[in-house]
Design a protein around this ligand. Structure first.
Ligand SMILES: C[S@@+](CC[C@H](N)C(=O)[O-])C[C@H]1O[C@@H](n2cnc3c(N)ncnc32)[C@H](O)[C@@H]1O
Ligand SMILES: [Zn+2]
Length: 386
């Protein structure tokens, strides 16, 4: 009935065949690898505690995340799932890894266990949206919140539902993955604020069908107030591609201005969403180091994501190189030459982990288009002389 597999240094029993009652997705090993490195990076600089830090894997399935955190990082873990068969398997996985001293299985509703107990680290990895568990998670968490969202279709604007769950309007732009990530961060900001807590994103990324956020939680009404100031909106013109961000305090002024100042077309607005940095460079560097020295299943892919996050500019949207070239009716040059030229013209520019063919810059769309034409000319003439 079960099959033994391995992730990192951890042995895991998983169902031989897909079942409704016990969930396991081997493709999420990448996400779990980054989590292990992330949790290790978070706890290692903390002063050594008398009691070990507490961690809850509140929606655990086979328990693979929690069991890995106990075995590979050494925290005291609560591993919970509402499904009875998942709970029975979690107990087997705890035994298999000989972590009975530090890990305990629970068979509760996640919201109940989170509302009744406080944990230093809270992990919610649900089917679809984390919103039904966010309020309880925000009340329970003391230091670090880890959240997945797999409802990327409504978050990205491909299906309706963004407004209903997240109290935010999304837009299906070429950078919808970033809008989705920031809408989720905005929702968490508001949920934490209710309990005088503030979010500080340490590593937020989107890959395949999911978004994952690892965020420090800080206490205090003042910090919570400050975090609310990091919320805002993004305005986008679908006609010329012009886009810009504005804060909540600028909302009234913006709501009067409904036309793009470049081409005069209607401006569309996404938000409220998180406009602050979605990662902390120093933390990402530590995660990168942890990934490099630990036994991991998918180190290359994980290292690539985190390495790109380290250098990614803290600008709340990106530009798809090919989409701009298509609009200009030019063949795309290598992305690296565009980034170099933007920099040599005095702009900030970087790649983004959200898309291999996109870039971030503080240049406006019209400036990007001018620079792209220059890059095209010099690239075309260098190819001719080859
Ligand atoms: C996406 S799976 C978790 C996967 C797991 N974290 C992993 O990395 O393999 C979501 C899990 O949440 C459980 N679940 C759904 N609603 C729940 C609730 N209200 N309370 C506790 N568990 C719940 C399901 O039984 C399922 O095992
Ligand atoms: Zn426009």
């Amino acid at each position: 009935m079960f099959l033994e597999t391995k992730e990192g240094k951890t042995k895991i029993l998983v169902p031989k065949q897909r079942t409704k009652s016990i969930f396991y997705n081997p493709k999420m090993e990448l996400c779990r690898d980054i989590d292990i490195a992330g949790v290790a990076a978070f706890v290692s600089p903390l002063p050594s505690q008398q009691a070990p830090l507490t961690y809850i894997d509140a929606l655990a399935g086979t328990g693979v995340r929690g069991v890995r955190v106990a075995k590979e990082v050494g925290l005291a873990i609560a591993i919970n799932d509402r499904s009875k068969s998942a709970y029975e398997l979690i107990k087997k996985n705890i035994k298999l890894n000989k972590i009975g001293e530090s890990a305990k299985a629970y068979n509760e509703d996640a919201n109940v266990i989170l509302l009744q107990n406080k944990y230093d680290l809270v992990d919610i990895d649900p089917f679809g949206s984390p919103v039904p568990f966010l309020d309880a998670a925000c009340k329970s968490v003391k230091k670090l919140l880890l959240t997945t969202a797999t409802d990327t279709a409504p978050l990205c604007g491909a299906h309706p539902g963004g407004l209903r769950r997240y109290d935010a309007k999304t837009l299906n732009t070429e950078y919808h993955k970033e809008i989705a990530t920031r809408i989720l961060l905005g929702r968490i900001t508001r949920d934490l604020c209710k309990y005088d807590r503030a979010i500080l994103p340490l590593l937020s990324y989107s890959k395949a069908h999911f978004i994952r956020v690892i965020a420090r939680v800080e206490k205090g009404a003042k910090k919570a107030d400050e975090s609310m100031k990091r919320l805002g909106f993004i305005a986008h013109c679908f006609s010329c591609g012009n886009r810009f961000a504005f804060s909540c305090s600028e909302l009234l002024e913006m709501s009067l201005k409904k036309k793009c100042d470049v081409c005069g077309a209607k401006i569309h607005i996404a938000g409220p969403l998180y406009l602050g940095a979605i990662k902390e460079k120093g933390f990402c560097e530590q995660v990168h180091e942890e990934l490099g020295r630990r036994e991991m299943g998918k180190p290359k892919e994980a290292i690539k994501i985190v390495a790109t996050c380290i250098d990614e500019l803290d600008i709340p949207f990106y530009y798809e190189h090919h989409a701009i070239c298509k609009a200009l009716k030019v063949t795309p040059s290598p992305l690296s030459s565009l980034i170099d030229t933007l920099r040599s013209n005095g702009f900030y520019a970087s790649r983004t982990h959200f898309s291999d063919s996109a870039f971030k810059t503080d240049a406006r769309m019209e400036e990007i288009k001018e620079i792209l034409k220059k890059v095209m000319k010099s690239w075309a003439s260098s190819r001719k002389s080859m």
